[in-house]
Design a protein around this ligand. Structure first.
Ligand SMILES: [Zn+2]
Length: 688
């Protein structure tokens, strides 16, 4: 989208006949917002880091204003960027965690404001958490977030290096017509894993995190050299979304705790060619300010009014000097207590299952509490601030298996926004929290002994917490102890009704061909999360399994209206096409979904059915083998495989396939009958 240039007050977008086009007096400045992911303030040169190799930030500090005590509202990418873009803290924009929420359409973003006022708007982002799907596209004419989805990268990470992002930024901004631009550039490099390009790795031996920061700074310098030549009137603002623990408070990465390592961020603002007075170049501001102050400052500096939904304050008026931060990941993913914090000039009060005050000493808020502080007044202040937010929950994100895998590859566990808050404070168990991730990996890799040992440690440190009990149930399920797993999941559900748990329970019933129970739990899931595509797909599957094809078709169509591209619903549609005898169409449909659902047994089951109807018995049996490998305790899959093996005369194999189920389920007549049939076939083959 190109916007023609126009004098202020004569904003006539796209009107070529406008005689004031290309007048050089347009007073509207261009705006460049750069967010450096995972970059601690105290690892940059303007913040006193002796080992820093970031000269471009020194230059910006000399030409602009450095905020030495700027704080993020949340140590996670998606909530934090939602705050930067809206000027609202997480309780008010509703994006409280990574992966579970989308910034809603009702949010008013910087890009929307600049776009409405005639600025061209362009975003260049470098990683999955800042891709358009999280609601960040609002107001942007250009949203450049290409992520190569090579299969080899799925288990690694999905990010683009700064060099590529800056190349694209310069190329695409260079194609715009003259006129003011609002551009956001996001560089993910400093995020784990730390893997700087060789030149920067060699220059920072043993310090790859600093190497990543130096590399990103080098690319920022290249962008700014170009930008300053193109945009003589401009505002440049650099910050990070959050920092990195690097061991502070016992935390290595970020997301769980609220200390300076993860929430103190760089914030440098530089203006050029503006009439409006700004603080003298080289000024350093030492009182606390917040990310919520970025939006009002950029709007006001650009000459736009600050809309009333913005909750921060113009930095020129001092900004927000009592700043709010929160970390709810511990609650949503593990059932620990959530953390909330207020930071002012004296230090930080953080409240989890207990309160503590951390004093400001020298240049930072120490991660060590001052036990003499009277916490009563602090607790009251925090409560008052929290009550003023009118808390909201943003629309829930719907992710397919691929999306979840990508978030998990970046180290995010993915939680449940309905998870109960527990009594265990994440500050007390931060050292063992990484084990939760390792247990998941061990279960996924079927290293059950390892999972068992690690889980025992977690159970000792976090007794009766939702997340650990959930891991225990998952391990039981993986080990084939379905009955025990089911009891655990039902117990978890009774403690805190959650769509995730309901979906697990539904899945267990489906894997035992208990279709009406499965249907009930899929319905329960949908009641708790009305947009859940997994639950919609489950209801299609149960209707079909219970012999109600009309109902299944109705449910498929209704679900596709909500999620036209969701992989699981493609599988549901494939099943229906198959039912209609449209075998080739069904194959197209399910094949398209297999990439995203490679780990999903049901997708392989449907693929198998399509192959079988095409007369490709061997391929059908192969697909079922894969389904069974993924879900060894799925009864419908096992029975189907045994039946087909019988049909193609692989009788002994059929018997071997159904025998374990026959032993485990003596009370299920269908299983016993099928086993008897395979036995008879083997006997006949041997002439017995
Ligand atoms: Zn981030």
């Amino acid at each position: 989208m190109r916007r023609a240039w126009a004098g202020i007050g004569l904003v006539v977008a796209g009107c070529d006949a406008n005689p004031v086009d290309h007048t050089p007096e347009d007073p509207r400045p261009s705006v460049l917002l750069i967010t450096l992911d995972t970059t601690r303030a105290d690892h940059l040169s303007p913040y006193g880091y002796a080992l820093a190799d970031t000269p471009i930030y020194d230059q910006l500090a000399r030409e602009g204003v450095v905020y030495t005590r700027a704080y993020s509202t949340c140590p996670l990418t998606i909530p934090s960027h939602s705050t930067i873009m809206t000027g609202r803290p997480p309780p008010s924009h509703g994006v409280r965690d990574n992966g579970d929420f989308i910034l809603g359409d009702d949010a008013i973003t910087l890009a929307e404001r600049f776009s409405e006022a005639g600025w061209a708007t362009a975003a260049f982002t470098s990683a999955f958490p800042t891709s358009k799907r999280w609601g960040f596209g609002q107001g942007f004419d250009i949203y450049h977030d290409p992520l190569p989805r090579l299969p080899t990268q799925r288990d690694w990470r999905d990010e683009r290096r700064a060099g590529e992002v800056i190349d694209d930024t310069i190329a695409l901004l260079g194609e715009l017509d003259e006129g003011p631009v609002f551009s956001w550039v996001h560089l993910f490099d400093a995020h784990w894993p730390y893997d700087p390009p060789p030149r920067f790795a060699n220059a920072h031996p043993g310090r790859p995190y600093d190497g990543e920061i130096a590399y990103a700074a080098d690319e920022v310098a290249r962008l700014l050299a170009w930008w300053d030549a193109e945009h003589p009137r401009s505002i440049v603002l650099i910050t990070s979304d959050h920092g990195e623990g690097l061991g502070d408070g016992g935390e290595q990465t970020h997301g769980f705790l609220l200390h300076d390592g993860t929430i103190r961020v760089p914030l440098i603002v530089r203006t050029r060619g503006l009439d409006d007075s700004w603080i003298a170049p080289g000024t350093r501001v030492d009182h606390p300010v917040s990310h919520v102050d970025i939006a009002p400052t950029l709007l006001a500096l650009a000459g736009l009014d600050v809309h009333p939904e913005v909750m921060g304050r113009d930095l020129r008026d001092g900004g927000t000097q009592e700043t709010w931060s929160e970390a709810l990941t511990a609650q949503f993913s593990l059932g620990l207590s959530p953390l909330y914090a207020l930071t002012d000039a004296s230090g930080r009060y953080t409240e989890g299952s207990r309160g503590a005050f951390y004093p400001f000493v020298g240049t930072e808020v120490l991660p060590i509490p001052d036990v003499r502080t009277d916490l009563g007044p602090w607790a009251q202040r925090l409560g008052t601030v929290r009550a003023s937010f009118d808390e909201v929950i943003a629309p829930e994100a719907t992710l397919d298996g691929d999306d979840l895998a990508m978030l998990q590859a970046l180290g995010y566990i993915g939680g449940d926004p309905t998870a109960e808050a527990g009594e265990v404070d994440p500050r007390d168990v931060i050292g063992v929290i990484p084990l939760t991730w390792q247990v998941r990996q061990a279960i996924g890799a079927r290293r059950y002994g390892t999972a068992e040992r690690q889980l025992a440690i977690l159970e000792a440190h976090m007794p009766d917490t939702w997340g650990v009990d959930h891991l225990r149930a998952s391990l039981l399920l993986a080990q084939g102890r379905q009955e025990d797993a089911l009891h655990r999941f039902v117990d978890l559900f009774q403690r805190a009704p959650s769509s995730t748990i309901a979906l697990h329970i539904a899945g267990i019933h489906a894997s035992r061909a208990e279709w009406s129970e499965a249907e009930g739990w899929f319905a329960e899931t949908l009641a708790l999360q009305p947009m859940s595509p997994e639950a919609m797909a489950g209801l299609v599957r149960t209707a079909r399994a219970m012999g109600e094809p009309e109902l299944a078709w109705e449910r498929t169509m209704a679900a596709l209206v909500q999620h036209p591209d969701h992989a699981e619903l493609s599988v549901a549609r494939a099943e229906m096409l198959l039912e209609d005898g449209r075998v080739d169409d069904a194959l197209d449909e399910v094949s398209g979904a297999m990439d995203a659902l490679a780990h999903h047994p049901w997708a392989h089951l449907v693929l198998a059915e399509v192959r079988w109807q095409q007369g490709e018995a061997e391929q059908a049996i192969d697909a079922l083998h894969e389904a069974l490998r993924l879900a060894p305790f799925d009864l419908p899959v096992r029975m189907q495989l045994a039946r087909w093996l019988l049909e193609v005369g692989r009788n002994a194999e059929a018997r071997r396939t159904i025998a374990p189920a026959a032993r485990l389920l003596p009370e299920v007549p269908e299983v016993q009958a099928l086993y008897a049939e395979t036995q008879a076939a083997v006997d006949a083959e041997l002439g017995r």
